[in-house]
Write a protein that binds this ligand. Structure first.
Ligand code: NAD
Length: 310
C-alpha cells in the first residue's frame, strides 16, 4: 500500500491536502516555489492541527506526528522521487499544469499516481500532452481541504482501473468521502450545483429582491441547514415529485439564465474588491479580523463533521 505522498503547490488547497495525508500516516513532501510560501503553509497546518486537538478530534501526539511527516521542499525532483501518490495543487492555468506534468512524468516513479486538484479542467484536457495518461486522475478536494469530507474523483478514458481503485482506497484511508463521476463533465458535480445556486443568489441581489445578509440567512437557516443531511434528490422525494414537478415548471421560466458572471461580481473585481483577501467584497471586512472569521468557520465545520459522523 502507498505510504509516500507528495503535494505540489502549498497554497489554499495544497497545505490542507498535505495535512490530510500526513494525519493518515503518509510521509508528505510538500513542494512550492519559495521557502516563504512553504513557511506560511506550515503555519496554516500548525494552526489547523491545533484546532483539531482543541476540538478533541485528534490527540496531541497525532498532531506532532503529522507535523513531523510533512517535509517542506523547493526541490521538485526530490519532492516526487519516492512518492506513490502525487497531488498537483498549483494555479488553475493549463499551461502551468502541462509544464508541471511533463516534469512529474520525468521525475516520479513509473507507477506513481498523479492526481490533479483542478476545479475546472476536464481530465481529457489535463492529459492532452501526457506520455503516461494511465496514471492520471482528478481528486477534487473542497476548501478547506482538511475539513470538508467530499473529494470528487474523475478518471480519464485511459486512466488504469487499478489507479481508480487505489485512489478510492486512499481517499477513504485519509478520511474522505470520495465520489467517482461516471462522465468527465466541466465543473464536475459540486461546482455545477454551486454555480447554479450562485447565479440565482446574485440575480436576486442585483434585482433588489433582498440584501446579501438575507440571502445568506436563507441559505444557512433554511436550504443549507437541510442540505448537510438531506441531498436535493432526496429533498424532491421527501417533498413529493408531483409538488416538485409544479415547482420546477412554474419557476424554471423565471430563473436567471445568463451566460456570464453577474454584473455585481464583475464590478467588484474591476475595483479590486475580491472579498476577505482584499478587505472588502460584497461585504466589508475592514473592521473584521478575517483570521478570526476563518477560525470560527473551521470550528463550526469540525463540529458539523463530528455530528455527521455521530
Ligand atoms: P493558490 O494560489 O492558493 O496556491 C497555488 C500554489 O502553487 C502557490 O503557493 C504557488 O506558489 C504554487 N505554484 C505556482 N506555480 C507553481 C508551479 N509552476 N509549480 C509549483 N507550484 C506552483 O491556489 P489554490 O486555491 O490552492 O488552487 C490550487 C488548485 O486547486 C487549482 O487548480 C484550483 O482550481 C484548485 N481548487 C481550488 C479551490 C479553492 O477553493 N481555492 C477548491 C478546489 C480546487
Amino acid at each position: 500500500m502507498a505510504n509516500q505522498a507528495a503535494v505540489i503547490g502549498s497554497g489554499v488547497m495544497g497545505h490542507g491536502i498535505a495535512q490530510e495525508y500526513a494525519l493518515a500516516g503518509y510521509t508528505v513532501n510538500l513542494y512550492d516555489l519559495k521557502e516563504e510560501l512553504l513557511s506560511k503553509a506550515r503555519r496554516s497546518v500548525e494552526t489547523s492541527l491545533s484546532l483539531l486537538v482543541r476540538e478533541q478530534v485528534i490527540s496531541e501526539q497525532a498532531r506532532q506526528d503529522a507535523l513531523e511527516r510533512i517535509i517542506l521542499t523547493t526541490d521538485l525532483q526530490a519532492a516526487v522521487a519516492q512518492a506513490d501518490v502525487i497531488t498537483e495543487a498549483i494555479p488553475e492555468v493549463i499551461e502551468l499544469k502541462w509544464e508541471l506534468f511533463e516534469k512529474l512524468e520525468q521525475f516520479a516513479k513509473k507507477d506513481a499516481i498523479i492526481a490533479s486538484n483542478t476545479s475546472t479542467f476536464s481530465i481529457a484536457k489535463l492529459i492532452e500532452k501526457a506520455k503516461t495518461p494511465q496514471r492520471f486522475i482528478i481528486t477534487h478536494f473542497f476548501n478547506p481541504a482538511q475539513l470538508v469530507p467530499l473529494v470528487e474523483i474523475v478518471r480519464g478514458e485511459q486512466t488504469a482501473d487499478e489507479v481508480v481503485s487505489t485512489i478510492m482506497e486512499i481517499m477513504v484511508k485519509i478520511g474522505k468521502s470520495p465520489v467517482l463521476l461516471k462522465k468527465d463533465v466541466p465543473g464536475f458535480i459540486a461546482n455545477r450545483l454551486q454555480a447554479a445556486l450562485m447565479r440565482e443568489a446574485f440575480y436576486l441581489l442585483q434585482e433588489g429582491v433582498t440584501d446579501a445578509e438575507q440571502i445568506d440567512t436563507v441559505m444557512k437557516d433554511g436550504i443549507g441547514f437541510r442540505w448537510a443531511f438531506v441531498g436535493p434528490i432526496e429533498t424532491a422525494d421527501f417533498g413529493g415529485l408531483d409538488t416538485w414537478k409544479r415547482v420546477i415548471e412554474n419557476l424554471a421560466p423565471v430563473l436567471d439564465a445568463s451566460q456570464k458572471a453577474p454584473a455585481l461580481i464583475e464590478e467588484r473585481v474591476a475595483k479590486g474588491e475580491l472579498g476577505t483577501k482584499t478587505g472588502s467584497g460584497i461585504y466589508s471586512y475592514a473592521d473584521t479580523a478575517v483570521e478570526e472569521k476563518l477560525k470560527a468557520r473551521d470550528e463550526q465545520f469540525i463540529r458539523l463533521a463530528k455530528m455527521k459522523r455521530g
